[in-house]
Design a protein around this ligand. Sequence first.
Ligand code: AKG
Length: 294
Amino acid sequence: MTTTLNAAPVAAQPFTITPFARLGAEITGLDLRQPVNNADFARIHQAHLDHHVVVFRDQKITPRQQIDFSRRFGPLQIHVLKQFLLPGHPEILIVSNIIENGQPIGLGDAGKFWHSDLSYKTLPSLGSMLYAQELPEEGGDTLFADMELAYETLPDDLKRVIEGRKAVHSYTATYSRPKFGSHWRPQLTEQQLAEVQAVSHPVVRTHPETGRKALFVSEGFTTHIEGLPETESRDILEALWAHSVRPEHIYRHQWQPGDMVFWDNRSLIHLATGCPAHLRRKLYRTTIEGDAPF
Ligand code: AKG
């Protein structure tokens, strides 16, 4: 005789989703240390699609729990800068300005330019989860710009010129930009360089889940629009970047202890505003793989 052990059903959690004024929503009353049942997961997934950024408040999770929860949205991507991965948990990238024993403990300038995570990969990221570990008393905000709204409100002449075009995204293009200074990022090995070959993606992408169109270019990683003379490509990209980050497209996240922010890299770009160098800031990022943009 065989006995079947029925797993106990996972209890629902009575959490609340409260939209922000312009973009984004916060989720309160959800404890990510506890299992999240399928119905609750579906609500979170929908909130992410509807609001583009969701802020899970008051979390007290371990790296393992962050990884497991992130994985429910898709496979995780491992950052090319292996020296900044959390020991024992390579799925977590440490984002930090902290220097210990003369060495940075994490990626100090993640987000110095507007960007969409891993847009320089063939399969750019679906979304990223950034979980606060140590927050400065001053500064350290993260800005998010709505690239669907940016596309919708783009003047018709710009829409016409980018229609059907592709642009090149490169991880290393930013290395040569004077704004970064001379020592902001470590040299890449041959193997690391091979992992980040430039790719091209549509300038306007269609969200694979909602069908909505968004601009998919950023100051951080887009180098040029294919098939246009260099100066025209530069002028158009600068016009697109300026339009994307108009104040009415932006949500400013002011971090609170326990925040984990989950944004959609298919519909947003983001920027770290930075904080005074003497203040410590540390966050853990998981990055979820998405589809090839179309
Ligand atoms: C990233 O992880 O891609 C960032 O841009 C970090 C944002 C932040 O540190 O506020």
